[in-house]
Design a protein around this ligand. Structure first.
Ligand SMILES: [Zn+2]
Length: 58
């Protein structure tokens, strides 16, 4: 399985900030080093998908 940034499509050097279980899914909070987007990556029995999160302004 290949994780991919839902914003810019980058697949390289994605950073995993955190990982936890959600129902039958494993959720990873990822950050894209290319566009700075943060998103959640879900993987479970019914497949994998990503949930884009609003870009955090700091
Ligand atoms: Zn990106």
């Amino acid at each position: 399985m290949v994780m991919k940034c839902p914003i810019c499509g980058n697949t390289e050097n994605l950073t995993k900030n955190k990982e936890w279980g959600f129902n039958s899914y494993r959720v990873s909070r990822m950050t894209c080093p290319k566009c700075g987007a943060t998103f959640n990556y879900y993987s479970g029995d019914s497949g994998t998908y990503t949930i884009p999160k609003p870009k955090e302004m700091k």
